[in-house]
Design a protein around this ligand. Structure first.
Ligand SMILES: NC(=O)c1ccc[n+]([C@@H]2O[C@H](COP(=O)([O-])OP(=O)(O)OC[C@H]3O[C@@H](n4cnc5c(N)ncnc54)[C@H](OP(=O)(O)O)[C@@H]3O)[C@@H](O)[C@H]2O)c1
Length: 328
């Protein structure tokens, strides 16, 4: 098997941001020029990287070519054009299609997969790429295309440490939040779905609340400032509850589950009175009732975590180690 030896790069010193593109911007290839892939290619171009692009529907490359990108005639040509090949297509099965089309040129390259998927898919892809004689970094993009390249745009990576270090200066073109989560290529995908879990479940609560006040003729826009105020305040509970989950101890220093249960019963009653679909608050009420029945009514809200999955072994020690960013 022909495996590449990543180019040597000095790791950034603590607190030092890798310069976008480094002193001598390296060539990069971007495959997949949908909304996100086009934003990635634009960011590489802005940072001065010679950028080769390929898309299944070739016309999507036109604006990038007008900005200085080189259009590859085939996937294999695109892969051959740069040591770092970024793939951002719809799903993992499309990544496999791309790999099959470019496999002859892949040995010796680093494939950076920024296509969303599950941790199982990411691990299988890394194995597949290794079998083809290349290295794989798997990434999760935590921003929208318009923010790619911004100082706070965060992309998480997993894969071989030396490969990440070698290419972090190039990847810094995509945003200031270049974050390495370790050697397991599946972990960024796990973070991505877990973060989307927060987005979807909490935003469903926002929609439910807007439907509830809407039954009184209160416009969502009128209610929105209060919703936004509460939404940002709820974020302050995250580190406190994380600490409690890591410690396996749930002191109710804000509010007990008894108090929460009384409150959510008002919500389900109000929803019922107004014929508003109430399965979402009823589900949460059920979690609280179960906890109280187990004698946990004096604990904090965070105690409910145990109803989703048993506490992970070693969670307490893991909670004390933060992911490494390229700048830390
Ligand atoms: N957009 C976001 O805000 C966002 C944020 C985070 C992560 N992501 C992730 O980024 C990835 C791309 O998202 P997007 O918004 O760019 O989607 P998109 O605009 O729908 O673009 C999809 C891309 O995949 C290509 N494609 C699909 N099937 C293919 C195949 N079999 N072979 C080759 N190319 C194929 C499409 O080519 P054609 O042009 O020929 O159809 C197109 O370039 C997704 O995994 C998404 O979850 C997106």
């Amino acid at each position: 098997m022909n495996t590449p030896s990543p180019a040597h790069a000095e790791p950034p010193r603590p607190g030092e941001q890798p310069p976008p593109g480094g002193a001598d911007p390296r060539p990069v290839t971007v495959i997949g020029l949908g909304l996100m892939g086009s934003a990635l290619a634009s960011a590489f171009l802005r940072a001065g990287h010679p950028t080769t692009v390929w898309n299944r529907s070739p016309q999507k490359a036109d604006p990038l070519v007008a900005s200085g990108a080189v259009r590859a005639a085939s996937v294999a040509d695109a892969v051959a054009a740069a040591p770092l090949v970024v793939v951002c297509v719809t799903r993992h099965d499309a990544v496999v299609d791309v790999l099959d089309a470019g496999r002859t040129a892949l040995p010796g390259r680093v494939l950076v997969n920024l296509t969303s998927g599950s941790s199982r898919e990411a691990r299988a892809l890394a194995d597949r790429v290794a079998a083809l004689g290349a290295h794989c970094l798997d990434g999760a993009i935590l921003t929208t295309p318009d923010a790619i390249g911004a100082p706070d745009a965060t992309v998480l990576y997993g894969g071989p440490d030396a490969v990440f270090r070698a290419h972090a200066p190039t990847l810094a073109a995509l945003g200031g939040g270049v974050t390495f989560l370790g050697a397991d290529p599946g972990i960024p995908s796990l973070y991505e779905v877990a973060l989307l879990d927060i987005m979807w479940t909490s935003l469903t609560g926002v929609l439910h609340a807007m439907a509830l006040v809407g039954t009184e003729g209160i416009a969502a826009t009128e209610f929105a400032p209060f919703a936004a105020m509460l939404y940002s305040g709820v974020g302050s509970f995250v580190p406190r509850y994380a600490r409690q989950i890591a410690d396996g101890a749930y002191p109710a220093d804000d509010s007990t589950l008894h108090t929460h249960l009384a409150g959510i019963r008002h919500l389900t009653e109000e929803s019922g009175d107004r014929a508003v679909e109430a399965r979402l608050p009823l589900y949460i009420q059920g979690l609280m009732e179960r906890a109280v029945a187990r004698g946990q009514g004096g604990d904090s809200f965070a105690r409910l975590v145990e109803q989703f999955a048993p506490p992970a072994q070693g969670a307490a020690s893991a909670a004390t180690s933060a992911p490494r960013s390229a700048s830390a």
